[in-house]
Ligand binder design. Structure first.
Ligand code: G3I
Length: 478
């Protein structure tokens, strides 16, 4: 279902029940009018939904028993992100022993409220359990893959979007990846995480999430380049999360809308995922207005999540950065957000949503954009092609990345033959179609990557259950 096709959501609870009961006494047309007008513009979630978006909050499991907190949660928000309960230390405290109690409590409450879930987060340098902090190399890589598979299997079908990888880039002007034990397993750890996630729950949107990337700067440029690269190579990524933590050291800048838009232009959804803005009164309200307006002005900005409900719930409560005061009263910032949602433009239907396969929306990396000015020395395909395979393996599974390279002339189509290891079974393929899931398999180009210029390459890949062993690909060209 696209964001736009989803009908505006009425909140649950006694008031909604009353609306429905009253509406039931009326003719169908009148009932719709009444239900719509009863919710229009009065809560954050309903107002966002009317524009095809969501409005969410971080949720802490230990606050669900607080009636003020629970009441605002139910009334105002139609998306929930567990603040800490889906992080690695919470969900896998001992290796391969998963623990979902607190996260399940949030999923259960939010789902009962009629809200959807963002999952946060599967691969992160921080909040790793002790056993993972002490790991490195292949063991850590395999543990990361196992963690993603374990958590996503538990929540399969229940999560709208996962923050698959969180905060992988350095602050400052370097544009480099952040050093971490995960980064030291190899630069491809992020794409392995995304490919694993796609196979684990093909219906979930897969997001990269970071902070200090809200405006255009060296860090957001680096994330942009990564997303561009992923889209061009068919690495599955559907969305980019901009955390939106603002204060006087990290102010709301005038280029946040342009920044959202340039990412959206790469073919991903964009979202504010952890918004909080320190301050008070009109100044704070103005800043919230600017952030929400930026999202409303970008058709692929699918929603906004604030990082907590009341100021007292915030991870930086001293900055009073949220929409409700510590007693649960609406602040001026709340009113500014609600008015901006009500005045905003709707989303347009996303072009690649929901993601069940991994076709890049951008052209392949090496398509010939124009016919060659000189005829090739060989007709297309006569120069042949070659293929090489690289493997990421773990106990019981592997990801194979296959590079197809055209020979001395361009190719108009290719087919790669591989014999899978005994017992191996393909569970997901990207950038190719396949003839079988086990044994002798032929992989053929898809519509967008059949043409390869002489000497150039394209890549496809697959994930399989079973243990890897050496595979020798053969390539034939048209
Ligand atoms: O639950 C324990 C409690 O039992 C103990 O007494 C207390 C003592 O310090 O700690 C409590 O745990 C704290 C936990 O929040 C729950 O309140 C941790 O120490 C504390 O480190 C943890 O902070 C969280 C922080 O991530 C950790 O990195 C914040 O709640 C959470 O809001 C924050 O969220 C992050 C996002 O995941 C990623 N982006 C930045 C954002 C803000 O830092």
């Amino acid at each position: 279902m696209t964001e736009q096709s989803r009908a505006p959501r009425l909140r649950g609870g006694p008031r909604a029940a009353l609306v429905f009961a009253a509406a039931g006494l009326l003719a169908a047309g009148a009932a719709v009018t009444m239900a719509t007008s009863a919710s229009a513009g009065t809560t954050l979630g309903a107002s966002a939904a009317e524009k095809g978006r969501y409005f969410g909050t971080a949720v802490a499991a230990n606050k669900l028993s607080d009636s003020t907190y629970a009441g605002i949660l139910q009334r105002e928000f139609n998306m929930c992100t567990p603040e800490n309960e889906m992080k690695i230390d919470a969900t896998e405290p001992n290796q391969n022993q998963f623990s979902f109690g607190n996260a399940d409590a949030i999923v259960s409450r939010c789902t009962a409220n009629g809200a959807r879930m963002r999952g946060h987060t599967l691969a992160w340098h921080s909040q790793q359990p002790g056993w993972m902090q002490n790991m490195s190399g292949t063991a850590l890589r395999n543990a990361m893959i196992n963690h993603i598979n374990g958590v996503m299997a538990h929540y399969k079908g229940k999560i709208y979007a996962w923050d698959v990888v969180n905060e992988a880039f350095q602050d400052g002007g370097s544009g480099a990846r952040r050093d971490s034990n995960l980064q030291r397993t190899g630069n491809d750890w992020i794409e392995v995480a995304f490919r694993t996630a796609r196979a684990a729950d093909p219906a979930a949107k897969l997001c990269y999430n970071d902070y200090n990337t809200d405006g255009q700067n060296a860090k957001s440029n680096a994330v942009y380049a990564m997303v561009q690269d992923f889209k061009s190579r068919g690495v599955p990524i559907d969305c980019v999360g901009f955390q939106g933590h603002f204060n006087s050291n990290s102010p709301v800048t005038s280029d946040i809308q342009a920044n959202l838009q340039r990412f959206a232009n790469l073919g991903v959804d964009v979202q504010f995922t952890e918004t909080d803005i320190e301050g008070s009164g009109t100044a704070q309200a103005d800043n919230y207005q600017r952030v929400v307006q930026a999202c409303m002005n970008v058709s692929r900005c699918t929603g906004i999540t604030v990082w907590g409900i009341r100021d007292s719930d915030s991870w930086r409560s001293g900055g009073t950065p949220l929409l409700f005061d510590s007693s649960g009263n609406k602040k001026p910032a709340y009113t500014a957000v609600l008015n901006t949602l009500n005045g905003g433009s709707p989303t347009t239907p996303p072009t690649n949503n929901p993601p069940t396969t991994n076709p890049p929306t951008n052209p392949p990396t090496n398509p010939p954009t124009n016919p060659p000015t000189n005829p090739p020395t060989n007709p297309p395909g006569q120069g042949g092609c070659s293929a090489s395979v690289s493997l990421q393996t773990w106990t019981g599974g592997f990801v194979a990345t296959v590079r197809v390279t055209a020979g001395s002339s361009s190719v108009n189509g290719w087919s790669v033959g591989m014999t899978l290891p005994s017992g191996a079974r393909i569970v997901n393929v990207w950038n190719a179609s396949q003839s079988a899931t086990s044994g002798s398999v032929q992989f053929s180009n898809v519509s967008y990557n059949g043409q390869i210029a002489a000497g150039q390459s394209t890549e496809f890949g697959f994930q399989a259950d079973g243990n890897a062993s050496t595979m020798t690909p053969t390539c034939s060209a048209r």
